[in-house]
Design a protein around this ligand. Structure first.
Ligand code: MG
Length: 380
């Protein structure tokens, strides 16, 4: 007997071990362009590999999470953020008896559409495209995997499984997601990646903010969730130094939020009485989420991060200069469409010059955009 496990063996193992409401690989709705099954890998394992091997994924290394890319070796980039989201997603999926590969695929793809220069870059692009449908990174992630990444000659997109697209869709509009709006909710694996994204950025943005000295530990004593976990774990926020807070707090916070999501989600899943993945999709409300108390506490933390970190003058003034360059480059493309890349030019007849220029800029790394600015606006 062979020691090797085939796709069929893995699918049988899933049927034996996953929860009844998990999304089984064997039960996938498939791909827009049908492709033969793989001998060794399930469909979602193939999706994970397609995303990791895409050019858009490699570019995440040079895109800003919060601190402008390249300004510090320890700050998160869009790539390391994505890896943290994938790691948390796998933990949540495994503990709830769900399909880890599917949750990981959604997590790895969730920020592929993020523009350069973080939050400020997204706002700038949204403003530049405001009369042409605007810009939203969730919508854009779906565009990247269905239209823009085109490694196959016969069709556009990565041709991912329906369930991965359903998870990536998140808040995307029907405009970018035809055929994905049949159900009110995504499968649980899709819902997980959304929460894992929040857990990752709450804890690591806080850590990076402390490392940069823009947030002081004593400020966090006023944030209920930070005060609670510090008290429970004997950490004196008012008296501690930034280094201790930075190492302890991020770890304690992500651990606390993961626990909370697991317990609250398990209770909601049980109360809803869902028996299959399609039962989950037909629910009016998402089943994966925080407890009510933690949901309101995380809102306060989010407001704190917006006020004290994302738009801190030290972060936003550097980002603002970069965003001014983004607007310059965008307007240069509108004035002279011959300047945009070959692939972007190919899409102009279908989606118009504004969208093609927006797609092109959204795909750029921070450093590529700065270089492009230097090319289009050489210093005299
Ligand atoms: Mg994210």
């Amino acid at each position: 007997m062979s020691l090797l496990r085939t796709r069929e063996d893995i699918e049988r193992h899933e049927i034996q071990t996953l929860a009844p409401f998990a999304q089984q690989s064997r039960a996938t709705r498939g791909r827009l362009h049908p492709q033969p099954a793989h001998r060794w890998r399930t469909e979602y394992q193939r999706d994970v590999a397609r995303i990791i091997h895409s050019a858009a994924f490699r570019r995440l290394e040079y895109k800003t999470q919060v601190f402008l890319n390249g300004t510090g070796d320890h700050y998160r980039t869009r790539l390391t953020h994505t890896m943290e989201v994938a790691s948390i997603s796998r933990t949540l999926a495994r503990s709830l008896g769900l399909n880890e590969d599917l949750a990981e695929a959604v997590a790895l793809a969730h920020d592929l559409g993020h523009s350069p220069f973080g939050h400020s870059g997204e706002e700038t692009l949204d403003r530049l495209l405001k009369d042409h449908g605007g810009f939203d990174h969730n919508d854009q992630s779906l565009r990247v995997v269905t239209l823009i990444e085109s490694p196959y000659g016969d069709f556009d997109g990565l041709n991912l499984s329906f369930e991965v697209l359903e998870g990536v869709q998140k808040h995307a509009t029907a405009r970018t997601a035809p055929g994905l709006g049949d159900y009110p909710c995504a499968c649980l694996e899709g819902q997980i990646a959304d929460l894992a994204d929040e857990i990752a950025y709450y804890s690591h943005d806080l850590q990076d903010g402390l490392e940069a000295g823009l947030i002081q530990p004593a400020q966090l004593a006023g944030i209920a969730v930070c005060a609670d976990i510090s008290r429970t774990n004997g950490l004196d926020l008012a008296g501690t130094d930034a280094k201790t807070a930075r190492f302890s707090l991020a770890r304690l916070l992500s651990n606390h939020l993961i626990h909370d999501v697991l317990e609250a989600s398990a209770a909601r899943i049980a109360a809803a009485g869902v028996q299959t993945a399609d039962d989950v999709r037909r629910q009016e409300q998402l089943l994966v989420g925080y407890s009510d108390r933690t949901a309101s506490e995380t809102k306060a933390l989010r407001s704190f991060l917006y006020a004290n970190l994302y738009f801190h003058p030290e972060v936003s003034s550097a980002n603002q200069r970069a965003c001014d360059m983004m607007a310059d480059v965008f307007n240069a493309y509108l004035a002279d469409p011959g300047q945009i890349g070959r692939e972007a030019t190919r899409r102009v007849p279908n989606c118009g010059l504004y969208r093609a220029a927006g797609d092109y800029i959204a795909g750029m790394t921070d450093r590529y955009l700065l270089r492009e600015h230097g090319r289009l606006f050489p210093r005299a």
